[in-house]
Write a protein that binds this ligand. Structure first.
Ligand code: HEM
Length: 383
């Protein structure tokens, strides 16, 4: 993948691809400037009538999420829940994350084997986001089942009609569930919890409840698949670079830098999509109104102009800002949470399972997706 990106970037860091009917941006400079360019819109479905009938119900909900909105709607929607994701608010989750990671490792320990994706990377982010939203334990499997087809449809614009229909239905089910949770007779939410914040917003007369529910669903989907892939990709990178893992064991002070470098090295989200609001000039190219621009964060992260020796995993790499959480107004709202989860997982794996190794009896399998990059399983062994 990364060799392919390099070839593309060496040809041109912004070019028109006639098969995809889109501009492809691979240079770090273009990707970072495009994310803050107000002439490039994040609205994914500018004309809902043009969307296929099966996908339309899902597209209608997605259009109300901050991720697919522009200012001023975007800042208003982000403002509704951003308080719950500040680094300070997220820090209060540390003990909960530590406890969840320890429990997962305790359960796997006697067997000496583990599928990191199925047993750790997949359940952990969901547990934390469900804890935040105060979702009862027994309802969590249903939320996982709904979020998978939705994430699949968000990551692949060429799904067949049945899969799109399933994704639309899953979104309807998820919204109905959140509606019940916020207005239902369950125990009141803990003060200062995200559910308390959302419930208070839902009770406010000038807030459209459907808009709020759509953004609750976004938290679940955006916070789940991405962090799962981060944990899987980062663990794989450490298993393939035992010297780097050893360095971290000796120098735990490098852990925050290692988390950033692992995010750069193999980004869980490879692409961001924008559409030209009007004709514009971008890096010397003329982009016409309505044209799509794909910002390839995975390629920007390996741009040698910003990251010398970009294919080397280097925890002491100076400067350079990776694009894995995006940039500009849509910069990932859950970045602090994802960083905390990643740090705790890596620390636990390095210290509790120091001889962790890749179980090569099972071949690596990558998820088929245009914008998400992650493993479907990662088998490891340890004593
Ligand atoms: C936005 C990546 C974890 C919630 C984004 C964007 C990226 C991203 C690239 C920008 C998309 C764009 O500009 O088009 C990631 C990665 C994660 C992660 C790589 C894990 C390592 C999380 C978590 C949450 C979350 C844990 C919440 C619980 C969001 C939200 C947005 C967003 C709500 C939309 C922000 C906006 O539109 O203003 N994320 N994310 N993400 N992320 Fe994350």
């Amino acid at each position: 993948l990364y060799d392919f990106y390099e070839e593309l970037r060496n040809t041109d860091e912004l070019f028109w691809d006639r098969h995809l009917s889109a501009w492809i941006a691979t240079g770090h400079g273009v990707v970072s400037s495009a994310t803050g360019n107000p002439a490039l819109s994040s609205v994914r479905y500018p004309d809902l009538d043009a969307v296929s009938e099966e996908l339309r119900p899902l597209a209608r909900v997605l259009s109300r999420q901050m991720l697919y909105s522009d200012a001023p709607d975007h800042s208003r929607l982000r403002g509704l829940i951003s308080k719950a994701f500040s680094p300070r608010a997220v820090e209060t989750l540390r003990a909960r994350i530590l406890e969840a990671v320890d429990r997962i490792i305790d359960e796997a320990a006697p067997t000496g084997r583990m599928d990191i994706v199925a047993e750790l990377a997949r359940p952990l982010p969901l547990t934390i986001i469900c804890d935040l939203l105060d979702v009862p334990q027994e309802d969590r499997p249903a939320l996982t089942a709904w979020s998978e087809p939705i994430a699949e449809a968000m990551g692949n614009s060429r799904l067949d009609a049945d899969r799109n229909r399933e994704a639309s239905q899953s979104m309807a089910d998820m919204l109905a569930y959140f509606r019940g949770l916020l207005t239902g007779p369950e125990t009141p939410p803990a003060p200062d919890s995200l559910r308390a914040l959302v419930t208070a917003q839902a009770e406010s007369t000038d807030q459209d409840p459907d808009e709020l529910l759509a953004n609750c669903a976004l938290l679940l989907i955006a916070g789940h698949e991405t962090t799962t892939h981060f944990i899987g990709n980062a663990t794989l990178a450490l298993l393939r670079h035992p010297h780097a893992a050893e360095q971290l064991r000796k120098r735990p002070d490098l852990l925050p830098a290692a988390v950033e470098e692992l995010l750069r090295y193999d980004a869980p989200v490879q692409l961001m999509l924008r559409r030209a609001r009007h004709d514009l000039d971008l890096a010397g190219r003329s982009i016409a109104e309505g044209q799509t621009v794909l910002l390839v964060c995975g390629a920007a992260n390996r741009d040698p102009a910003v990251f010398p020796d970009p294919h080397v995993l280097d925890f002491e790499r100076p400067g350079g800002r990776h694009m894995s959480f995006g940039h500009g107004p849509h910069f990932c709202l859950g970045a602090a949470l994802a960083r905390l989860e990643g740090t705790i997982v890596l620390e636990a794996l390095l210290t509790r399972l120091p001889d962790l190794s890749l179980d090569t009896t099972e071949p690596l399998k990558w998820q088929r997706s245009l914008n998400f990059r992650g493993l479907t399983r990662l088998d490891v062994a340890f004593t």
